[in-house]
Design a protein around this ligand. Structure first.
Ligand SMILES: Cc1cc2nc3c(=O)[nH]c(=O)nc-3n(C[C@H](O)[C@H](O)[C@H](O)COP(=O)(O)OP(=O)(O)OC[C@H]3O[C@@H](n4cnc5c(N)ncnc54)[C@H](O)[C@@H]3O)c2cc1C
Length: 558
């Protein structure tokens, strides 16, 4: 994938997508697979905003049982299976413990019914998944309280009388999964560029015919012409719509702030839900508190997620020390057994969820359902579609709906949709365990088994690209200082093939050096040195890049 701005400004596209979060890149992949000339821009890096904030759960939507929303539950189950099929290197099964106490709604009776209903509703969850390592087992009814405490030693629940296990799925890396969609779109001919911001929408009469944009690296401004523009900017979508008028947009409409923390391993291989203090206003069967999830992820726990009102400019979103302290306080108040302290938390990350009119009317904070707006209907403007997605898991399906509407706006008949049965770049794997053995055997000299497994996850069937670099250069086969898995070859590959232009692109999204906390000064300097050689940075730029990356790990007091 190359960042080709000349081709963007010279081209005439069927579709321009503004926003390269998971929903935008999934739409770019679908559109290009269906033969549309497609362009995509993002003002930051691909997947660097809400899509990097996710708790990494590929949800089958068990929660919707509580809301009796079987349609959304089926949609989530279907899309979870699709993710396990098209990206088997990046999505894997995740067991979930639900503890029970007392009787009836929170007790074993209700949970037994939920397990049975889930089995019935998800009976086809493994259809077309042949890899044993990616098939989701049936839920398990009734673990003893003792077994529950073995799995989650800090579990404190008044009247705990057992638990059940459900299976969901988890992303190995949300950032690489977003990138896999982007790379797949590029492979189909889409042109994608990070760090290009839409600053205006070009109108001809009552039709949008493209966008004015600014390259945030060099400062150049130019136009991108397209018959349809899809505004897929998530929490920024209202701001992008307001580019239609000359007035300054109101950048302070309500949004919901969600954060997660990275902490010590609090469970033994299972995810668990603990009730927080906020009520769930949408629940039909139980108006209990919203739950926090504690999920085991690559040797640590991910603890999430909060949902509080945010009134500022989305560009100013920051996590503060106070957010972290409050969150720790709430977790300890609902489950003191974990005894979390600030020094246990190695990192916090988060993002904003859009709040739609419909949800505000229901008294809820974050939007619960995606919204696709055809602006022919509300603004009488053709050529512009706005999309607000609410779930990473269902991005493929949302993209399908958006691209259907693009064909409608173009007045063209769409070919069949292929995204549910086409593997993403890197996803050509039929048996995960055999594949890992094959990657380990192919590892060049000096690359250990832990790195080889990591490469298998991050690059899937494209692992050879990394090993080629590592095989030809002893420096590239070395580990980044302080990392047990990340190879220097990955930095080279990120810059040469994956449009990484800032140090934090490499540290946070192409590799995951920073996903569990500060990787250390030496790691940053080593990566910056390599990037400086590849990209011609001078000493000042190198220092700027290190400072910019270090800021990600510092949280202001309030
Ligand atoms: C805390 C939290 C936890 C979550 N956990 C989960 C989970 O476990 N599982 C799950 O399925 N879902 C989860 N979600 C939901 C999911 O992460 C989001 O629904 C999804 O990532 C939204 O993706 P998006 O592409 O719509 O938005 P984004 O990822 O925010 O992408 C929008 C992009 O638009 C770009 N942009 C904005 N303005 C412009 C402009 N003018 N020009 C160019 N580009 C622009 C931004 O830079 C950004 O990259 C979670 C959400 C949050 C907040």
């Amino acid at each position: 994938m190359q960042r080709n701005l000349k081709a963007l400004s010279d081209g005439r596209f069927d579709l321009l997508i503004i926003g390269g979060g998971i929903n935008g890149v999934a739409a770019a992949w679908d559109a290009s697979l269906r033969g549309l000339q497609t362009a995509l821009i993002d003002k930051s890096d691909f997947g660097s905003e809400t899509s990097a904030a996710s708790l990494k759960i590929v949800h089958g939507g068990l929660r919707y049982l509580q809301h009796l929303d079987f349609v959304r539950m089926r949609e989530s189950i279907r899309e979870r299976s699709t993710m396990l099929r098209i990206a088997p290197h990046l999505v894997e099964p995740l067991p979930f413990l639900v503890a029970t106490s007392g009787h009836f709604m929170k007790g074993p009776e209700a949970m037994a019914a939920a397990v049975i209903m889930n089995e019935i509703i998800s009976c086809d969850r493994n259809r077309y998944i042949t890899d044993p390592a990616r098939r989701l087992p049936a839920g398990r009814v009734f673990l003893s309280p003792r077994r529950c405490r073995e799995l989650v030693p800090g579990l404190e629940r008044h009247g705990l009388n057992g638990g059940v296990i459900f299976y969901d799925a988890q992303m190995y890396s949300a950032e690489r999964l977003t990138l896999a969609f982007a790379l797949s779109a590029a492979e189909q001919g889409a042109l994608l560029a990070n760090y290009v911001e839409a600053t205006g929408l070009i109108r001809e009469g009552s039709r949008v015919v493209g966008a004015r944009v600014r390259d945030r690296l060099q400062g150049d401004e130019f136009e991108i012409r397209a018959d349809v523009v899809a505004n897929m900017t998530g929490p920024w979508s209202d701001i992008v719509v307001s580019l239609l008028s000359d007035d300054d947009p109101d950048r302070t409409v309500l949004r919901s702030k969600g954060i997660q923390m990275v902490g010590p391993p609090l469970t033994r291989g299972v995810a668990v839900a603990v009730p927080g203090r906020q009520k769930d206003p949408e629940a039909v069967l139980s108006r209990g508190a919203r739950h926090y999830f504690i999920t085991p992820w690559r040797g640590v726990s991910l603890i999430g997620t909060t949902d509080t009102v945010y009134r500022g400019d989305p560009d100013d979103f920051r996590i503060t020390e106070k957010d972290i302290e409050d969150f720790i306080g709430d977790i300890n108040a609902s489950c003191g057994g974990f005894g979390l302290r600030r020094e246990d938390i190695t990192f916090a990350f988060g993002g904003l969820r859009p709040i739609t009119e419909t949800n505000l009317e229901k008294g809820s904070t974050a939007a619960r359902k995606y919204e696709i707006t055809d602006h022919r209907r509300d603004l009488k403007i053709a050529g512009l579609i706005s999309v607000v997605g609410v779930k990473y898991t269902t991005c493929r399906f949302l993209a399908e709906r958006v691209v259907d509407l693009v064909f409608d706006q173009l007045g063209r008949r769409s070919p069949a949709v292929a995204t549910a049965r086409t593997r993403l770049v890197g996803g050509e794997i039929d048996d995960w365990e055999k594949f890992v053995a094959q990657v380990t055997a192919a590892a060049p000299q000096g690359v250990g088994a832990e790195s080889a497994r990591h490469v298998a996850h991050m690059y899937g069937s494209q692992f050879g690209r990394i090993f080629e670099l590592a095989g030809g250069d002893a420096e590239a086969a070395r580990l980044v200082p302080g990392s047990r898995e990340v190879l220097m070859a990955e930095i080279l590959h990120a810059v040469r093939e994956e449009t990484a232009v800032h140090l934090d692109d490499v540290v946070m999204r192409r590799t995951d050096l920073g996903s569990q906390g500060y990787p250390g000064r030496e790691a940053l300097e080593t990566c910056a040195d390599l990037m400086a050689r590849e990209l011609g940075w001078d000493a000042a730029r190198r220092e700027e890049e290190i400072e910019r990356t270090e800021r990600i790990f510092h949280f202001p007091e309030s």
